[in-house]
Design a protein around this ligand. Structure first.
Ligand SMILES: [Fe+2]
Length: 271
């Protein structure tokens, strides 16, 4: 079965569920796919002894139309697409490994297909085992998630369908996975549950287990993205790849993170 994702991605993109793989067309190119396996994820799992599924998610980095290559290089930007399987990792929902960015670099995500929880956490500057702020953003297809500078992040797929996300990010740094590995994952594990906290927005039940490696962690604030962020050129009805043609200056915040304010990027839900 093949799902056409062009409407949300803004370019020729198909999800081939049988392989599984993403298929880029019409002048779009990508680096060879990089596959995150269960062996590479062991350190950040709640249930460290699980062995299935073998392949968890698929990263297509440096996706672009060949006509856009010069603009991307001159702006020091990269656009990636990630395909995350459904299913669980033991008690947990499927998730990515988690990483921090060095310096003041943020990131911009878009849900292309499926539904997503994005857990952001801000560590204390002196002690990474003290987490001062935790935000779980619940997002659906078309919505954009701005990661402010200083926040580590993981993506969680709590649904029965593949999750496809895209991200704009600066080319000027490498992500750092070490602190998530040392800590054995994010500040909290989000688990499948019949009885505990329900996400009304996504219609899922979920449990929350504190990761005991952290000495302190703030309570989770649940949030959803705002529909439009004009200063970053974002709207939930317009694919963010289009910014490269329409208004690439709006992505300046990805290379000059501290020159911008981030108070208005989420609506915090009352629980
Ligand atoms: Fe990132």
């Amino acid at each position: 079965m093949i799902i056409d994702l062009k409407e949300k991605s803004g370019f020729s993109l198909k999800l081939d569920l049988d392989k599984p793989e993403l298929v880029f067309g019409n002048g779009m190119v990508s680096s060879p796919v990089s596959i995150r396996t269960i062996g590479q994820m062991q350190a950040v799992l709640l249930d460290k002894d699980i062995r299935e599924p073998q392949e968890l998610y698929y990263m297509y980095r440096g996706v672009h139309n060949f006509l856009d290559q010069n603009a991307l290089e001159s702006r020091q930007l990269r656009y990636d697409v990630t395909m995350i399987k459904p299913f669980c990792l033991g008690r947990e929902f499927m998730k990515t490994a988690g990483h921090y960015h060095p310096g003041d670099f943020g990131e911009l995500y878009e849900v292309v297909s499926g539904e997503c929880l994005c857990m952001l956490q801000k560590p204390n500057a002196q002690d990474y085992r003290v987490i001062e702020e935790v935000i779980v953003v619940e997002a659906i297809a078309g919505e954009k998630i701005v990661i402010p500078p200083g926040f580590g992040h993981i993506l969680i797929n709590p649904c029965k369908h593949y999750l496809v996300t895209a991200n704009w990010v600066s080319r000027r740094f490498e992500s750092s996975y070490e602190l998530y590995k040392k800590a054995g994952g994010a500040a909290y594990f989000i688990t499948k549950s019949q009885e505990e906290l329900i996400s009304p927005r996504l219609g899922i039940n979920m449990g929350i287990i504190h990761n005991s490696h952290y000495k302190e962690a703030a309570d989770i604030s649940f949030a959803q993205p705002v529909k439009q962020i004009k200063k970053f050129g974002l709207s939930d009805s317009s694919p963010m790849y289009n910014l490269i043609k329409e208004d690439i200056d709006k992505l300046d915040f990805l290379n000059r993170g501290l020159d911008y304010e981030y108070e208005d990027i989420f609506v915090i839900a009352k629980r």
